[in-house]
Design a binder for this molecule. Structure first.
Ligand SMILES: C[S@@+](CC[C@H](N)C(=O)[O-])C[C@H]1O[C@@H](n2cnc3c(N)ncnc32)[C@H](O)[C@@H]1O
Ligand SMILES: Nc1nc2[nH]cc(C(=O)O)c2c(=O)[nH]1
Ligand code: SF4
Ligand SMILES: [Mg+2]
Length: 210
């Protein structure tokens, strides 16, 4: 396929820069412990200094892959599919999610919300970032809010974000992995004092699974 043609298909969301795909256990948040197929789409310009998948940032390093190919692999493994990245909302998610829906999958997204929501989702995990705030409309439809706690100031940011989500949205504080020894005791104390919050850990890292 010509490069021009491929760029157009990526522009339309019919091809996506695919970094990796794997069948594992959802490690974080509300669906922690549930088997799911992960689709990791490359490309993110949010730039979190502690991001645990910086290899995903440059979309050019990840081969444009047809949505039908991605979907075919996913539904072979699981009825629950998690779309993550990179920042999946960099791209038009409509073709991917409508094709997954046709095959009867439950579709979850992990997103910073930094770009407008495209696609149709059964579960939206919003993990907002100070350096590129979510677009306003996602707060109304997020199913869980998962704020990463790297330092003490992040509790204040978490409250500002919680003030904007819908009333059914489940609230999580998740320690930034490299700083977890330091922040975990503060998170435990905070959640006991402010029980509207729950703790989320990156349990897949403790289990040594992807
Ligand atoms: C790698 S991101 C990809 C999806 C999207 N860009 C986002 O940030 O939500 C997946 C999840 O991992 C979280 N995350 C990334 N790096 C982390 C770290 N070092 N410690 C804890 N959570 C992290 C993000 O906040 C997000 O909830
Ligand atoms: N097992 C597992 N669970 C996850 N939940 C969110 C992840 C992500 O990187 O988006 C992730 C991941 O990378 N692995
Ligand atoms: S928004 Fe997500 S993928 Fe992008 S840098 Fe931050 S944690 Fe990493
Ligand atoms: Mg991860």
């Amino acid at each position: 396929m010509k490069e021009q043609e491929m760029n157009e298909l990526v522009e339309q969301g019919k091809m996506l820069p695919l970094m990796e795909e794997f069948y594992t256990i959802q490690g974080e948040g509300f669906h922690k412990g549930t088997a799911a197929y992960f689709i990791r789409v490359g490309g993110c310009d949010v730039g979190c200094h502690w991001c645990d998948v910086k290899e995903s940032w440059n979309a050019k390093l990840h081969p444009p892959t047809g949505v039908e190919t991605i979907v075919g692999n996913a539904v072979k493994h699981s009825k629950t599919v998690v779309v993550t990245g990179g920042e999946p909302l960099t791209w038009n998610m409509e073709p991917l999610t409508s094709s997954l829906k046709e095959k009867g999958a439950k579709i979850h997204i992990e997103t910073s919300g930094a770009y407008p929501v495209t696609g149709t989702w059964d579960w939206i995990c919003l993990s907002p970032k100070k350096i590129k705030l979510p677009t306003p409309e996602i707060y109304q439809i997020a199913n869980e809010l998962k704020v990463i706690i790297f330092n003490k100031h992040d509790f204040q940011f978490a409250e500002e974000q919680a003030a904007q989500v819908n009333e059914n949205c489940i609230l999580y504080l998740q320690p930034e992995w490299s700083n977890r020894e330091k922040m975990m005791p503060l998170i435990v104390e905070y959640v006991m004092q402010n029980p509207k919050w729950k703790v989320s850990l990156q349990t897949h890292k403790y289990l040594n699974i992807p």
